[in-house]
Design a protein around this ligand. Structure first.
Ligand SMILES: Nc1ncnc2c1ncn2[C@@H]1O[C@H](COP(=O)(O)OP(=O)(O)OP(=O)(O)O)[C@@H](O)[C@H]1O
Ligand SMILES: [Mg+2]
Length: 177
């Protein structure tokens, strides 16, 4: 699963809001994965460099793989990859996959992935949308935070609630199919 890698990029870019959209279009046999952040963004030159696996701004190693691996995976599954970014505004990474393609990576445990991110970065607002055709599930940690009355979003009971909510929400979408 590439989602963690791409979201980590948004976090490194100091995003305060990260939106993840996962969409399945069953009639077109198409899956979309889109990540949008309000982090520091990149100019044209940096976008080009970012897609080069031998480029990274990380000081600890000589190349970065997150974006190039997602791009490779999308292409391997007859899909597409694109990135849009503006300095000071944010970045949007879009990828598509042929759902039935043998090389399409499985979705993985989305509730666990999201909860891991929320626990590690309680200050970031995560907005997650999961769509299967016309049915949609979404969760917005900003809205949840506003109802917590000071209770931290990463407290065990809240995390447990969020995890169950995501799991049930996605299961429900699948059962509708
Ligand atoms: N959302 C983003 N906002 C701003 N810059 C980004 C974003 N995503 C990627 N970049 C830039 O593109 C570079 C390449 O990203 P990529 O994920 O491919 O590799 P990495 O993050 O450097 O290393 P790795 O993902 O392998 O740990 C990053 O170092 C960063 O400079
Ligand atoms: Mg990365």
């Amino acid at each position: 699963m590439h989602l963690l890698d791409i979201v980590e990029n948004s976090i490194s870019a100091d995003a305060s809001t990260i939106q993840v959209r996962y969409e399945e279009d069953t009639t077109r046999d198409l899956t979309r994965l889109e990540i949008k952040d309000n982090g520091k963004g990149m100019d044209e030159k940096k976008i080009k460099k970012a897609l080069d696996p031998f480029f990274t701004t990380k000081k600890t190693r000589r190349f970065g793989l997150g974006l190039s691996l997602l791009s490779e995976s999308a292409k391997a599954a007859e899909g597409s990859f694109s990135i849009k970014s503006k300095p000071g505004k944010g970045t949007e990474v879009k990828s598509t996959f042929k759902t039935s393609h043998i090389d399409k990576k499985p979705l993985g445990d989305m509730s666990q992935t999201l909860v891991t991110l929320i626990m590690a970065h309680p200050e970031i607002d995560f907005y997650y949308i999961h769509k299967i055709d016309e049915s949609e599930y979404s969760i917005d940690t900003k809205a949840i935070k506003s109802q917590l009355d000071g209770l931290p979003i990463n407290s065990p009971e809240v995390i447990k609630y969020i995890k169950t909510n995501i799991k049930d929400g996605i299961d429900h979408l699948r059962r509708e199919k």
